[in-house]
Design a protein around this ligand. Sequence first.
Ligand SMILES: [Zn+2]
Length: 74
Amino acid sequence: MNLFCRIFGHTWVPEIETPQVRWNTTKDMVVLEPTVDGQGIRHLEVCRRCGEQRVLPPRAHDADPIGGDVAQAG
Ligand SMILES: [Zn+2]
């Protein structure tokens, strides 16, 4: 932990981690197919000084309160 984080506490900044999409062609080199790395979208808080991360619970919409109930889609 950074010295300043120990004195003042962490400076949390919200970040979103989205899965990477790679595009590759099929064998006949005509059609592009997506390959998705990782799972779904992750909401994080990252400390701007020391880089420490904490994962926030999933939300149905970005406007929903943090830690609120996740609405069931469909
Ligand atoms: Zn920190």
